[in-house]
Ligand binder design. Structure first.
Ligand SMILES: [Zn+2]
Length: 344
């Protein structure tokens, strides 16, 4: 996880360097910002830099060759513990948090510091968050705790007040394109930039567009939603389900694709909302614009708002592991009904 590969967050690195120069490294961080912009990668890179056994850790410039750096690159450093929400759960289990805090209270195995990183910190329930409070109040010597989430809204005030909140901004198109090229997810800079524009600052979202089939499906979906004659919700739900199943046998891959679809549909309706308000919709895609204009011309803003909200609700149901065909079916019916009612 080389530090140099962390793009777009130079400001955060400089702030941390300044803290370290003054000997003030916070013992707990809350990293917040949109999904897919590198917060987890950043947390791991920070651990690697502070654990380097050859270079001055405060310079945040790890050597990349010492044993500690090598362990970090392999994801096997004994003093770096990272946990995330299990794929089959919608919350971070309290047992996982307790084990993490217990581990943090032990002496570091190799150096002077020990890291506990909690990905998906938005999915801590109150009980699990409270389990942290003791560790946050009396942090074991040398321990660094990093919570990663999308916003501070889901965190308890007692947690926020004990953490240094670090906000991560969406990446620029150039940064996203460079990351896609580095990870060999695009064949040319041109393709990388096209995917980056789709990603709107998120690598995860840009990756969803690597499969050209998604682009085609998305186009069909928007055209169908904008069709003046309406659509058959049963047919739409079944087409969506077929496409989601094409993502692979794994339920994780299928859910990721379902969330991508709901995310895109929500963006689509949000663009319609912009247009109904007389604003330029954010989409640069010519096909999108035709569908957006068609709906904006015949829907009331209230209806569009409810439709966008209904897409986010679908996304939340998928995230909380509801049965995919049921979610698709309910969504298709609700959307068809709203569209038919407002066209009548
Ligand atoms: Zn090193």
């Amino acid at each position: 996880m080389p530090w140099q590969s962390i793009r777009g967050h130079d400001r955060v690195v400089e702030e941390l360097r300044a803290n370290l120069r003054h000997g003030r490294l916070p013992h707990a961080f809350l990293f917040v910002g949109p999904e897919g912009i590198g917060k987890r990668t950043f947390a791991l890179a920070l651990a690697r830099a502070l654990l380097c056994e050859r270079n001055d850790p405060d310079a945040l410039d790890p050597c990349g060759r010492c044993e500690s750096c090598v362990y970090c690159d392999a994801g096997t450093h004994p003093d770096v513990n990272i946990v995330s929400k299990p794929a089959d759960k919608h919350e971070l289990p309290i047992q996982v948090i307790r084990a993490l805090c217990d581990d943090l209270s032990l002496k570091p195995v190799r150096g002077a510091r020990k890291f506990a990183i909690v990905d998906d910190a938005d999915d801590l329930n109150e009980e699990a968050a409270n389990a942290f409070l003791k560790t946050l109040e009396e942090p074991p010597a040398g321990s660094v705790l990093i919570l990663i989430g999308q916003s501070t809204d889901t965190q308890l005030d007692t947690v926020i007040s004990r953490c240094r909140v670090v906000r991560f901004e969406p990446l620029t198109d150039d940064d996203v394109a460079a990351i896609l090229l580095e990870h060999k997810q695009a064949e040319s800079r041109e393709q990388a930039l096209r995917l980056a524009r789709r990603g709107e600052g998120s690598v995860t979202r840009a990756l969803g567009f690597v499969d050209p089939a998604f682009e085609v499906f998305r186009r069909d979906l928007f055209d169908l939603l904008a069709a003046p004659e309406g659509f058959d919700p049963v047919v739409l739900a079944s087409r969506m389900h077929e496409f989601i199943k094409d993502a692979g046998k794994e339920s994780v891959a299928q859910r990721a694709r379902a969330r991508l679809i709901f995310g895109e549909a929500a963006r689509f309706f949000r663009s319609v909302l912009w247009q109904t308000a007389g604003l330029e919709p954010p989409s640069h895609d010519a096909g999108d614009r035709v569908a957006i204009a068609a709906l904006a011309a015949r829907l009331e803003p209230e209806t569009v708002f409810l439709l966008a909200d209904r897409c986010l609700e679908g996304d939340r149901h998928i995230e909380r592991r509801a049965h995919v065909p049921l979610v698709l079916d309910a969504w298709s019916h609700d959307v068809a009904k709203s569209l038919a009612a407002s066209s009548a």
